[in-house]
Write a protein that binds this ligand. Sequence first.
Ligand SMILES: [Zn+2]
Ligand SMILES: [Zn+2]
Length: 258
Amino acid sequence: MTPRKALAIRTLGPYGGSAPGYRMTTFLIDGETALDAGSLTDALPLAAQRRVRRVVLTHAHLDHIASLPFLIENVYGRERPLEIIAPPAVLATLSRHIFNDATWPDFSRLPSRAKPTIVYRPVPAGRTIRAGGVSFTPLPVDHVVPAYGYLVSKPGRSVLFSGDTMPTRRLWVRARRARDLKAIFLEVSFSDAQAAVAEASCHLTPQLIRGELAKAPPRVPVFLYHMKPPSLPRIRREVAALHEPRLRLLESERSFRF
Ligand SMILES: [Zn+2]
Ligand SMILES: [Zn+2]
């Protein structure tokens, strides 16, 4: 029997905004799949960028796709196209508003239609797509635009990413069915002092995290990410005051093997 291969997750960027030292949301899975693309080109040297085979997207907000136009330039001319995987609504936003020959070139036709630099791979919500030995299942969450969390799995192990969301339900229903769940990566964007902003922009604060924990599968460690840099000091204090031992704030370059 071949040994089960671990699921390697490297946090390239755990933040929901940009400032020196604060990279925007990006996780690298097994060195070849990016989950979101806020900071791939800041975090990875060119050679490592060329090893990225695909980018899986939670939604099309800029803090999740900002480095994608530049990654595409850096891998231009490579033999295999870069796959962009997401539910159809997310891909439609990218092709309409980013790779539309106005904001940035349409790399799905460059250098030619027959040999493009990027290919869009739509995956409907709730369906599972396998890529590089890893399964990705987009699960709808509640945000200002169509947005998805992901259940990311290998045999015997899975982890959950919330993506950007306000208090949500379906994600947790599915997470509770995952018997092999090793970790939850959950967004927290604003401090409780900014509850009105969080509500208007459909994000979570530490107080709202408490409610999400009650819906989440018990005993699984929860790593909080997507903090907006100006809110970070306050979020840190408020999360500490929750006295929830399974909560941790995620930092850049934290690596996991599950
Ligand atoms: Zn975001
Ligand atoms: Zn967002």
